[in-house]
Design a protein around this ligand. Structure first.
Ligand code: BGC
Length: 766
């Protein structure tokens, strides 16, 4: 080819290439990405070092943002930084008026006018609350969970927020840890499915829509494995647990396109997560190619000093940025130290550039540069907050989250007329506790109480008596809440009310503020004098329906033995009382299944269904003591993972495992509604890799499906098992499928299952 024609070809190709990249009429993802990358690079090239570092700095909402400028202290420093463009994000500023006020400073007063990304803990809603995430997980209903995140995004986005610090995808096996309420429970498969549903719900198909917000997978990583369930405590776990249990939901969130990650307070095997190169660079950004940004947890950069890892704030900043923490939440470490670290040659400017690019990328994707006030529409805020659509979605989610743990003699559902019902327990009338502890924007007393919910069934006689308070604390972030009341002065009235009743409904458990961050407990029984109250009422009336309100599994062996019906109703959010009443009266047939095992006693914790077998798993016979067990308690949980009853019954028959190819199998089973009413059942598929190069759990969830069946109706359910489900991560971090014998289980819980087996042939392994 002649030089001239080559030149023309190059020009044509270049024009074609440029037009491909920037064609304004081309709405393809590729075109959008290319144009965002170009805009990010252009903007970065205009920024001073200090402005770049500013993007990596996040401050908590700090002064009455719509009032006068603060003149001294911390607030004055933050205000000054905001005006100079040294703040990239703020959290906890909320409501259109407030958000507009801070955004205006960032956009109109700084040199480059880069908008802020506004973060908030939209954990299970903003003002209108869904059930706590652990409760939502009990629904096993991915569509409902997605919808719940979607309406939470809509309501918070209408209040100026464009980034949530959710979902928390930490797996935990220890109910002492107060934050189990914020996750999806103990299982990595269920946890991964729910992580994806939540990310899709928050972010939607289009992040630039004013109704969607960026999500954040947290806390990367290992936070749920804090030793002895004490919050913020040391985490020391092996490779297999990391790869097979802790990482999967994070990987699933990344796969679903989550735009941010938050690191965690804990150290992992000696290195704080915030300064952990392996987690943030090797795994997240290199192996998984995550191109969003990582925010530190609150002050976690500075906390590396207390961990004994960084000697001062400057070293903490250096270690964190090198490790891949892109944004500093409230440590003031980046804003105060990074510029000097770069000038001294201790931190390469390319690392700063990488972090800033990631942050700007998400801001462009949100459309903040097109319209920084797109989340600031007062009319929309008014229309959307607490709207009918949102109330209906949280009510639906609340009903689906309820788990019927026990129902002897079909005491439930209750008849809707002619009954004399005693309603007992402080939580029965509480309108704040159902909101849980992550409810910064929700007003106190905005939940529907059980009392109010049951009053909507007027043809029964309903008498309420408190009996006893749960705690003596106030309903706020107060430490006194952990002090349980000893006051029994309300017992006599409650006992008299119960004596005369046909049925007693007792609402007992934890106050909403007794679980959550920094709310670890060493006793998982009913707090305060509630157990005594339950027994005192039982002495006069055995016809008790116990409704539990709690943010974690509780130990209730006495109740399990004596009380005929137990309903797990968690903290169900704004519509709590309506959901509980509809379930108690049978207007909604419960279908929830436990996402965490309920221990019999605290001594069994951590307890989880997907444990290993040990070398001595089976009782060798009477008088034998040398096997893996407790001498004073059974090994089994009180209620296993996946357990949950219905007002109807289901039977499973005809489990068939078919080989499709050497490493793909179809599994089918027949499920029949053998009871009297229509109901939903979550069929669960478990496997066991019987012999392998590293030992595998006795059961692992690998699929689930929800079916709704009319009385006598039968349906065949089909699952497929392939390498993804049958393989595991070995200790070298490789995903492998090993030949040999597998067991396949299908049933209505991790305990009640049919069993079959399958063989993976050696020659099938590539
Ligand atoms: C929590 C995070 C939360 C952050 C911001 C921290 O204390 O660990 O989960 O997102 O605060 O509120």
């Amino acid at each position: 080819m002649k030089k001239t024609s080559l030149g023309i070809l190059i020009i044509i190709l270049t024009i074609f290439n440029v037009s491909c990249k920037e064609n304004p009429n081309d709405n393809s993802i590729e075109n959008k990405t290319n144009s965002i990358e170009k805009k990010v690079a252009d903007l970065l090239s205009k920024m001073t070092l200090e402005e770049k570092i500013g993007q990596m700095n996040q401050y908590n909402g700090f002064w009455d943002v719509t009032g006068p400028q603060p003149l001294d202290g911390d607030a004055a420093k933050k205000y000054e930084h905001l005006r100079k463009g040294y703040v990239g994000s703020m959290l906890n500023v909320r409501g259109v008026k407030e958000v507009r006020a801070v955004q205006k400073i960032a956009v109109e007063e700084t040199r480059l006018g880069i908008p802020l990304i506004i973060g908030f803990d939209v954990i299970h809603g903003y003002k209108t609350l869904s059930p706590i995430p652990l409760a939502e997980a009990a629904s096993w209903d991915l569509e409902a969970i997605k919808k719940s995140a979607q309406v939470a995004a809509k309501e918070s986005a209408a209040a100026g927020i464009n980034w949530t610090f959710a979902p928390m995808v930490d797996i935990s096996r220890d109910a002492r840890w107060g934050r189990v309420m914020e996750g999806a429970g103990e299982d990595p498969y269920l946890g991964s499915e729910i992580a994806m549903a939540r990310v899709y719900g928050f972010q939607g198909d289009d992040l630039s829509s004013p109704e969607t917000i960026a999500a954040c997978a947290k806390h990367w990583a290992g936070y749920g494995f804090s030793e002895s369930g004490r919050d913020y405590n040391t985490v020391d776990v092996g490779t297999s647990t990391l790869n097979n249990i802790i990482f999967p939901p994070f990987k699933a969130a990344a796969k679903a396109g989550v735009r941010t990650f938050m690191n965690s307070f804990n150290e992992l095997n000696g290195i704080p997560a915030t300064g952990n190169v392996y987690l943030q660079r090797d795994i997240l950004k290199d192996a998984w190619q995550f191109d969003g940004f990582v925010v530190s947890d609150w002050g976690s950069i500075n906390e590396m000093i207390a961990h004994g890892y960084a000697k001062d704030k400057k070293e903490a900043a250096e270690l964190s940025v090198i490790a891949g923490s892109d944004m500093d939440m409230e440590s003031y470490a980046y804003v105060d130290e990074l510029a000097n670290l770069v000038r001294e040659g201790k931190v390469k400017e390319s690392l700063i550039d990488d972090a800033v690019k990631r942050i700007l990328r998400v801001k462009f994707e949100l459309g903040l540069f097109d319209d920084p006030y797109k989340y600031c529409d007062e009319i929309r805020e008014k229309e959307v907050t607490g709207s009918k659509e949102i109330q209906e979605a949280v009510l639906d989610m609340a009903k689906k989250s309820i788990v019927l743990l026990k129902n002897d003699n079909e005491i439930l559902p209750l008849k809707t007329n002619g009954l004399n019902i005693a309603l007992i327990g402080a939580l029965a009338a509480d309108k704040t506790s159902p909101l849980g502890s992550w409810r910064i924007a929700a007003e106190d007393s905005t939940a529907v109480s059980v009392l109010e919910g049951m009053q909507k069934y007027p043809d029964n006689k309903l008498t309420y008596s408190k009996g006893a308070d749960v705690t003596i604390g106030k309903t706020e972030f107060a430490i006194e809440l952990n002090i349980n009341t000893e006051d029994k002065s309300g017992f006599p009235e409650a006992i008299e009310t119960a004596r005369k009743a046909d049925v007693v409904v007792m609402v007992l458990g934890e106050h909403g503020f007794q679980s959550g961050e920094a709310r670890s407990r060493t006793d998982l029984g009913l707090p305060g004098v509630q157990q005594e109250l339950l027994e005192a009422i039982y002495n006069v009336n055995k016809n008790i329906v116990l409704v539990l309100n709690n943010g974690r599994p509780l130990t209730i062996p006495w109740a399990d033995k004596h009380i005929p019906a137990i309903v797990e109703a968690w903290q169900l959010g704004t519509q709590s009382g309506n959901a509980i009443a509809q379930v108690l009266y049978g207007d909604y047939n419960p279908s929830g299944k436990l996402p965490m095992s309920f221990p019999r006693s605290i001594g069994q914790v951590p307890i989880y269904y997907n444990h290993k077998n040990t070398g001595r798993p089976v009782n060798p016979g009477s008088n034998q003591v040398f096997w893996s067990h407790y001498s004073d308690e059974s090994n089994d949980p009180l209620y296993p993972f996946g357990h949950g009853l219905s007002y109807t019954t289901f039977t499973y028959t005809n489990l068939v495992v078919d080989k499709v190819s050497n490493d793909i199998f179809n599994v089918s089973v027949d499920i029949k509604n053998t009871g009297k009413v229509i109901g939903k059942e979550v069929a669960q598929l478990y496997i066991q890799d019987v012999f392998s190069s590293i030992t595998r759990p006795v059961k692992e969830l690998k699929g689930f499906q929800m079916v709704e069946l009319k009385p006598n109706q039968q349906q065949t359910i089909k699952f497929s098992l392939s390498k993804d489900e049958l393989g595991f991560f070995n200790n070298g971090g490789e995903f492998v499928l090993e030949p040999g014998e597998f067991r396949v289980y299908v049933g209505g819980s991790s305990k009640t299952v049919l069993e079959s087996n399958l063989i993976i042939e050696k020659q099938s392994i590539k």
